[in-house]
Ligand binder design. Structure first.
Ligand SMILES: C[S@@+](CC[C@H](N)C(=O)[O-])C[C@H]1O[C@@H](n2cnc3c(N)ncnc32)[C@H](O)[C@@H]1O
Ligand code: SF4
Length: 375
């Protein structure tokens, strides 16, 4: 049987952060109740897949999954278990905002959640205020302690750099504090100004100034070096983990493995088809009532698309693209097919390769989009 990942989108937040364009609306209890029923119906709509797949990862993301009633999370996971064969060691991750990790965290373990991803962002109060977070650094720090005291050890912290006014010292300080807490995984994201977000508009009006490109790289290198010195090894451009704590669900995306996405704005990849749900909660809920889920087909990928995407995804990983896996998947000898590109990129110190693998160099990682364009 093939393995399947399931992503479940919880489209609610207490308040929208200044930089974020993930699909979410302001939380309210009535919408939460109706949404959960629709999501349950959507999970059931995939029952035809149960003969082909077993589920080895469930990722509850958002939005802010930690603000909804834990009974609802339980209902969702139980629905998945009633429809699919869920493997015994299935990774069940959930994203959480620090100030919604309260005593309810005890229930998360009982439900089966075994990995928490906490949106720390920074441990500097001024920076947190600037990006519109609803927690301060002490609350962020306490959230990790609380999660640990309730038995969670597989914890990720999201950390952002490239924030106006942020310094390399701030980054170092945030990462050092997380390391002291024995954090197992850090997702280290460079702030990207997404069109239409409050921070995008502030920058357009010159009310905030983004860090210079060199300084942005400086923050990245500094954070990366500290993490690697403390055994949080980089395994993808933005992700660092202690050995054995790499996120199975995200690895599915980078390995071009199949997954389905539940909820508004969620994406799926099945066979050679990428499709998504509408990014609108009302539209989604209406579909759920009739159990008719309108999905937008994003693309039917032909073998050329699949090959290009696979190269791009695998090169994002530090271990790179395995030549043998490529041959098994596409029946193509990578080194023969792309000899001129490999030659050019190697001469420019952007990739390195041996008999088994080709991977980005550190320089290649900085301009990865340019490298991908060569294929
Ligand atoms: C869905 S949120 C995580 C969970 C939870 N909602 C929270 O914020 O605490 C996913 C993560 O993506 C990152 N992120 C969101 N928008 C971003 C942007 N414009 N640029 C860089 N990182 C971003 C943040 O680190 C955020 O924690
Ligand atoms: S970063 Fe998290 S809490 Fe903030 S708006 Fe986005 S999803 Fe919501």
């Amino acid at each position: 049987m093939k393995k399947l990942g399931i992503y479940i989108h919880i489209p609610f937040c207490t308040k929208k952060c200044g930089y974020c364009d993930f699909y979410s609306v302001k939380w309210n209890e009535i919408q939460e109740n109706t949404y959960i029923q629709a999501a349950i119906n959507e999970i059931k709509s995939y029952s035809a897949l149960t003969k082909k797949f077993t589920v080895d990862s469930i990722y509850i993301g958002g939005g802010t999954p930690s603000i909804i009633n834990s009974q609802h999370l339980d209902n969702i996971i139980n629905t998945v278990k009633s429809i699919f064969t869920v493997e015994k060691d299935c990774e069940i991750s959930m994203e959480a905002n620090p100030n919604s990790i309260t005593e309810n965290i005890e229930a998360y373990g009982e439900i089966g959640i075994n990995r928490l991803s906490i949106g720390i962002q920074s441990l500097n109060d001024n920076i947190l205020k600037k990006i519109g977070r609803i927690h301060n650094s002490a609350e962020a720090s306490e959230a990790i302690d609380r999660a640990k005291s309730f038995g969670f050890e597989n914890i990720n912290a999201d950390v952002m750099f490239n924030i106006p006014g942020q310094t390399i010292d701030d980054i170092n300080n945030t990462i050092n504090q997380l390391i002291k807490k024995d954090i197992k995984h850090i997702s280290f994201y460079s702030l990207k100004l997404e069109k239409g977000t409050p921070m995008y508009i502030l920058e357009k009006n010159k009310e905030i100034i983004m860090p210079e490109e060199d300084y942005e790289r400086g923050m990245y290198y500094s954070g990366r070096d500290i993490m690697e010195k403390h055994n949080l090894m980089q395994y993808e451009i933005s992700n660092f983990a202690m050995k054995g704590y790499e996120c199975r669900h995200n690895l599915k995306y980078w390995n071009q493995e199949e997954y389905i996405g539940i909820g508004p704005s969620a994406h799926s990849f099945l066979g050679n088809m990428r499709f998504s749900n509408p990014s609108d909660l009302t539209e989604y809920i209406l579909g759920g009532e009739d159990e008719i889920f309108e999905r937008n087909i994003l693309e039917f990928m032909d073998s050329k698309d699949l090959i290009f995407e696979y190269i791009m995804l695998r090169l994002r990983l530090i271990e790179g693209l395995k030549l043998k896996d490529f041959k098994n998947k596409f029946s193509i000898d990578f080194k023969e097919e792309y000899a001129s590109q490999i030659d050019y990129l190697t001469k420019n110190c952007l990739v390195e390769s041996d008999d088994e693998t080709i991977r980005l160099t550190k320089r290649g990682m900085d301009i990865s989009n340019y490298v991908f364009e060569q294929f």
